[in-house]
Design a protein around this ligand. Structure first.
Ligand code: GDP
Length: 459
């Protein structure tokens, strides 16, 4: 790494922090929830889309105090969020979605604005805010509760989960394999073979709509940990985990190393440095996938929210002093529904979060929930049906078919199981709208997002 550049970056960071002019924003959510699209849009709105007509609810832009944003020098040792490639995907013919998040990445911006009032507005022609945006898989947050479970408890938890209707058939062969395995054989080869089978099962779950809760988070996306012995990890059947055996002892050791060398350092080194957090939730895909999916989403959110529970007795306060002061929960891809349904989508998200939010102690963080589309892929309008104007959306399906339709109502609360038996929700995936880089990226409520996340820092 260029030492001078590194020092410059460090100095910028230190002075920025000293004067409260530096913000680290984490963006997370489960696989497919829309992180890549969100960060691509957020950065494009801040660097190219800063016209009041595009961001009417972002105060600094509406008040014409925003002087612009540009990409800042990146820390070379940290993977860079592939903004330029993502924008290229969107400009292809036909337009395509960029590839999804697979690990930790970062992009740094420098934002310039005129202070609205106070000393700074008199002394300086402009002020600056350094913004680091950090993308990481929500699956990594699902590992936190493992810190509070023994290996045997984790096995119990995992197999309870695998018994659910949308998982049990896929889990059957692995259960059979364990049933017939020699528990005294803790050889390297045996451990690796069983881990490979478990990895296959996790991959299958990963592709099953509504199977959100897959642990350990790094087995599917190992990043730099690929090949580390502690990733030879899988849950034995509960009755096997309770009895002493060579295999159970070895797995217990790997489980402890995973907690010590993966989970804890992630929180101590990375998570603890975040100031604000966006959590994306794809409620509509969960509705499409059925009752088991939406209840598992609720369970996964409950576990994810433990990472934002700062109570004195919380898991986190034992590891470090968290400082996240604002958390935005965003129901993503709201453009799959007609605009008058967005209120119900926000209410549904709030209900999914209600129980976990009530149980956790959010003394430190302000929270907000809203329905958004980072990159709007539909336009909304009305069609005449039975003499009445009915809301509809138009877009292009993944098979390039032009579509105009009413996608259906969004339930404002989690519907009971019977509703899913009688009714199939179908919020269809769409291709992005044709777009080129000279235009602002179409969105839904990204200005509200920016105001919540950055508004107070750009006064
Ligand atoms: P990630 O895995 O969290 O990084 O998710 P992505 O950002 O890759 O999004 C997964 C998929 O969701 C994309 O490929 C798109 O099909 C869809 N998607 C994401 N954001 C939007 C959005 O704002 N509107 C629509 N219509 N689709 C979206």
């Amino acid at each position: 790494m260029n030492v001078f550049k590194h020092l410059q970056h460090q100095r910028r960071e230190l002075t920025g922090r000293a004067f409260d002019r530096h913000l680290r924003l984490g963006v997370t959510g489960l696989s497919g929830s829309g992180k890549t699209a969100f960060i691509t849009s957020l950065v494009h709105q801040l660097t190219q889309g800063d016209q009041p007509s595009n961001l009417p609810f972002f105060d600094v832009v509406r008040e014409q105090r925003y002087l612009g944003g540009r990409l800042a020098s990146q820390v070379l040792a940290v993977p860079r969020f592939p903004l330029e490639q993502n924008l290229q995907y969107l400009q292809q013919t036909p337009p395509a979605w960029p590839p999804s998040t697979t690990g930790w990445s970062q992009l740094s911006l420098q934002l310039r604005y005129k202070a609205a009032s106070g000393l700074r507005s008199h002394l300086q022609s402009h002020s600056e805010l350094a913004l680091d945006i950090i993308d990481y898989p929500g699956e990594w947050l699902l590992d936190l509760p493992m810190l509070d479970m023994s290996y045997a408890q984790w096995c119990e938890f995992s197999w309870q989960l695998f018994a659910k209707t949308h998982r049990s058939a896929a889990a059957q062969p692995f259960a059979q394999l364990l049933q017939n395995t020699d528990l005294q054989d803790a050889s390297e080869l045996h451990l690796q073979q069983l881990t490979d089978s478990y990895k296959q099962l996790l991959t299958q779950f990963h592709q099953t709509p509504g199977a959100y809760l897959n642990q350990p988070g790094r087995l599917l996306v190992p990043g730099v940990l690929s090949g580390a012995p502690m990733l030879q990890l899988f849950p034995l059947l509960p009755q096997q985990a309770e009895q002493p055996s060579a295999l159970a002892t070895q797995l217990e050791q790997h489980y402890d190393s995973y907690r010590k060398h993966v989970i804890k350092p992630f929180y101590q080194q990375h998570f603890s440095a975040l100031d604000r957090q966006v959590i994306l939730v794809d409620c509509l895909s969960a509705l499409n996938a059925g009752y088991a999916a939406i209840t598992e989403l609720q369970q996964a959110l409950r576990l994810i929210l433990q990472s934002f529970n700062y109570g004195p007795s919380s898991l986190l306060s034992r590891l470090f002093k968290p400082k996240i002061s604002k958390v935005l929960f965003a129901a993503s891809k709201s453009d799959h529904a007609t605009p008058e349904q967005h209120k119900a989508l926000t209410l549904l998200l709030q209900q999914l979060l209600q129980q976990p939010l009530k149980n956790s102690q959010y003394q430190a963080a302000t929270t907000e929930a809203m329905a958004i589309a980072a990159i709007r892929a539909s336009s909304s309008g009305f069609v005449q049906a039975d003499g009445l104007a009915q809301p509809c959306i138009s877009g292009t399906g993944l098979d390039q078919q032009a579509l105009t339709y009413f996608p259906g109502d969004i339930p404002p609360t989690v519907p009971p199981q019977e509703v899913f038996e009688q009714h199939k929700f179908a919020f269809l995936p769409l291709r992005p709208l044709p777009w080129n880089d000279t235009q602002a990226l179409p969105h839904v409520r990204m200005d509200h997002v920016l105001q919540f996340i950055l508004g107070d820092k750009l006064r």
